[in-house]
Design a protein around this ligand. Structure first.
Ligand code: ADE
Ligand code: ZN
Length: 334
């Protein structure tokens, strides 16, 4: 099973690049940029990663991002993630970044986007990994700040495929950002949003209705509304599920309790993703293995997660066909 999962070509659709900051790199960047961090060693950082819920994670995650200052830092962060993609046979990835986490500290928008984009370009050329960038608005901030971020992104429209919505779901529902999403759509951006991670099924419904999302990030609480589940099946609205994240943030107590296998078997377009792998204990292969160990699955079902991710990705039909052929070729060879 491990060999099959390792070799299976994978597509990642829910990855916060700031959440791929490993403790070793955090230490290196803290030293390089003379930023003080409240830890004495990478081991101490790792030991601090015990979370009670989404907010307790976010507090530590935003603090970690403080070591990212220069374009080279964003390049190094993204390149390290791409090398992990290569190890895990991730052939295409669509990554999130949170501009406001950086612009609020006085880091220029172009420093962030240029560092990420240059690494992704090198990833295409040297590793053969294709990629897209999605910019997320922080939902704990107000809509004016999101509008300002959208304005800053306009000169980089060719590098950013879509906008998303992340951070604290509780108390910050999709309707808070309806106007800025409408504006983003007018400018040609695709839209996604975190919904139904900690918040209710109603947030999923409203993300679809008011924000026009092409995919729902997480979405696992859809099961609380049967009519919504039926709609997700009918429309094949993809859910980007993050199994290890859900356990670390106590959305489910145990992987054996996770609903991802049920959702797949009911015909939803569910995908497996790593969210913030440096914080949640695993990249793509680890997430697949954790699911397959706790919820016995056939190779066909594991393959279906990749085929769903290809279907749900923001690439051309031709490119989708090319990726499907790669997956078929691998599956025929085992
Ligand atoms: N930002 C980074 N990871 C997140 C998650 N799982 N939910 C909401 N916001 C996030
Ligand atoms: Zn996320």
């Amino acid at each position: 099973m491990m060999t099959y999962i390792q070799g299976l070509p994978k597509v990642e659709l829910h990855l916060h690049i700031e959440g791929s900051l490993e403790p070793d790199l955090m230490f290196e960047l803290a030293k390089r940029n003379q930023v003080s961090i409240p830890f004495n060693s990478p081991e101490e950082v790792q030991a601090a990663y015990q979370f009670e819920d989404l907010q307790s994670f976010l507090d530590i995650y935003y603090q970690g991002a403080n070591v990212l200052i220069n374009e080279q830092d964003f390049f190094d962060l993204t390149w390290a993630y791409l090398l992990r993609c290569q190890q895990d046979n991730v052939i295409h990835t669509e990554i999130f970044f949170d501009p406001q986490t950086h612009t609020a500290r006085g880091i220029a928008f172009d420093t962030v986007i240029n560092g990420i984009d240059k690494a992704l370009q090198k990833g295409r050329e040297e590793l053969g990994i294709s990629s897209q960038i999605i910019m997320c608005f922080l939902r704990h901030l107000d809509q004016d700040s999101a509008f300002e971020t959208l304005r800053q992104a306009l000169p980089y429209k060719d590098k950013i495929i879509g906008v998303g919505l992340d951070s604290s779901e509780s108390g910050h529902p999709p309707e808070k950002f309806q106007q800025v999403f409408e504006e983003a759509i007018k400018h040609g951006f695709l839209t996604v949003a975190h919904a139904g991670e900690e918040g209710p099924a109603e947030n999923i419904h409203n993300a679809m209705k008011l924000l026009g999302v092409a995919r729902v990030d997480h979405g696992v609480r859809c099961v609380e509304d049967e009519q919504l589940v039926e709609q997700l099946i009918q429309d094949r609205t993809p859910l980007t599920v993050c199994p290890l994240s859900n356990i670390k943030l106590k959305v489910f107590q145990d992987m054996a309790d996770h609903n991802i296998a049920d959702l797949l078997r009911r015909g939803l377009c569910v995908t497996i993703n790593s969210d913030d792998p440096a914080y949640f204990g695993g990249y793509m292969t680890d997430n697949f293995v954790a699911v397959a160990e706790a919820l016995p699955m056939t190779n066909e079902e594991l393959k279906a997660f990749t085929l769903n991710a290809i279907e749900a990705s923001f690439i051309s039909e031709e490119e989708k066909q090319r990726l499907v052929a790669k997956v078929d070729q691998f599956c025929a060879s085992v």
